[in-house]
Design a protein around this ligand. Structure first.
Ligand SMILES: *Cc1c(COP(=O)(O)O)cnc(C)c1O
Length: 424
């Protein structure tokens, strides 16, 4: 692809972008009365304009109906989670019975581990990526301890080779093979939160299954970022949050996938609650847990309607755009960001930026992680002062996501100009 690092080129790209109009569907923060250049949709997505109205509908119906809103609200709360199922299924490539929206992400990770990490004295290991997101590390560590095993032995981590920043796919497969006899579970982030590396989930799932293990993915950085085919890839389970690329607000609800080969299996241990109970007989309130034979069977509580109302408004937008169109724009946008950073690195003295995210579009989503050699936190502070919001990790890594739903090519050009000014 031919790119140029100038304003008129960036504006031309925006004019030719079929998704450019969606930018106006979002609210951008301002600093000193000026719209920020926002690149942290991988941390907290921007507020869709539709969120306020969606929330208002539920607030009004709560005021108007009280408890009767469970049945008489415009969107009856009783089965509110069902309103999010078709869009969620399409988003992650699942059948409707395989997905449900509930709880927060780490809560769901634990609930799924209760069901799908069932270690025995001979098969008890979990393979994950080194430097997984902290919450995932703690979840795996405490689950292992909960079952009476030692994380130092039971947790197998796949790391980048010395001198490299990302994990080689063949090393993941080799490590699975190496521990095959003792492996109970493969559980990794489908897209690494730090480097933005996308793992080949289909091949990892196949390798895990050949080894006799179950395979799950944390898709916090994948959902709404890259196209997913969880059912076809034969993944056993997965979960994701809705507040990063899915723009559903701070701490909002999480999505869950359970492959249909598990959804009717009542033998699988789980922590039950009334909302996971068979719908026909739920209100007979009989003793003895009878799970719903779908991902809904893992639900505990009745739906948190306010979070879900916003999530639904956002999912509707993803559904309308479609992940294929979003991905097509995303690849161009990220390639342009890469081009601008490389150009500056070559043309500007003192600029030495190393992109540690893979160059191959198949191995990345919209995030780039950049090692700013010779720069310190000052660079971040100056960017902030220019109205550019990126994520800074000590000692010198910038993580930024060019989000196709609302970022423009002009944003990227403007970022480059601010970057030039901020280099010390
Ligand atoms: C963002 C993120 C989380 C956050 O978990 P919460 O329970 O929503 O606070 C967990 N895991 C990964 C991989 C993440 O990227």
């Amino acid at each position: 692809m031919h790119f140029e690092n100038n304003l008129s080129f960036a504006q031309k790209m925006d004019r030719e972008d079929p998704l450019a109009g969606y930018r106006n569907e979002f609210l951008f923060p301002e600093i000193n009365g000026k719209r920020v250049i926002y690149f942290t949709g991988n941390s907290l997505g921007l507020q869709p304009r539709a969120a306020r109205e969606a929330l208002n509908v539920e607030l009004e119906d709560w005021a108007k109906y009280g408890v009767e809103g469970h049945f008489h609200a415009r969107n009856p709360w009783f089965a509110y989670h069902e309103f999010l199922t078709p869009q969620s299924a399409r988003l992650v490539g699942a059948k409707e019975k395989e997905v449900v929206v509930m709880n927060g992400l780490t809560v769901n990770l634990h609930l799924l581990l209760v069901s799908f990490y069932r270690p025995t004295s001979s098969r008890f290991k979990i393979l994950c990526e080194k430097k997984a997101f902290p919450s995932d590390q703690y979840a795996l560590e405490t689950q292992i301890r909960f079952h009476g095993f030692d994380p130092a032995i039971a947790l197998v981590e796949v790391a980048p080779r010395v001198g490299e920043h990302t994990v080689r796919h063949e090393d993941v497969l080799a490590l699975i093979d190496q521990h095959a006899d003792q492996l109970a579970l493969v559980m990794i982030g489908g897209v690494n939160y730090y480097t933005g590396q996308v793992f080949n989930m289909e091949e990892i799932a196949a390798a895990g299954h050949r080894a006799g293990a179950l395979v799950g993915f944390d898709l916090a950085h994948a959902a709404g970022n890259i196209p997913l085919k969880l059912h076809d890839w034969n993944v056993d389970f997965a979960c994701w949050c809705s507040y990063k690329y899915l723009n559903s607000g701070p701490g909002s609800v999480s999505g869950v996938f359970v492959h249909e080969r598990h959804t009717s299996n009542e033998e699988i241990p789980r922590f039950g609650g009334w909302w996971g109970y068979d719908k026909e007989s739920r209100f007979e309130m009989k003793p003895g847990f009878k799970p719903i034979h779908s991902a809904e069977g893992w639900q505990l509580s009745n739906a948190p309607v306010f979070s879900m109302a916003i999530h639904k408004a956002s999912l509707d937008m993803f559904d309308k755009v479609g992940m294929d169109a979003l991905r097509a724009k995303s690849e161009k946008l990220t390639a342009y960001l890469e081009f601008v950073i490389r150009t500056i690195s070559v043309e500007v003295s003192n600029a030495n930026f190393e992109i540690i995210t893979p160059t191959n579009p198949q191995e990345r989503g919209c995030q780039l992680s950049i090692l700013a050699h010779g720069q310190g936190k000052m660079l971040f502070d100056k960017l902030m002062a220019e109205g550019v919001i990126v994520d800074w990790r000590e000692p010198n890594v910038i993580r930024m996501a060019a989000v196709p739903m609302y970022n423009s090519f002009e944003d990227i050009y403007a970022f480059g100009e601010c970057l030039k000014k901020s280099i010390s």
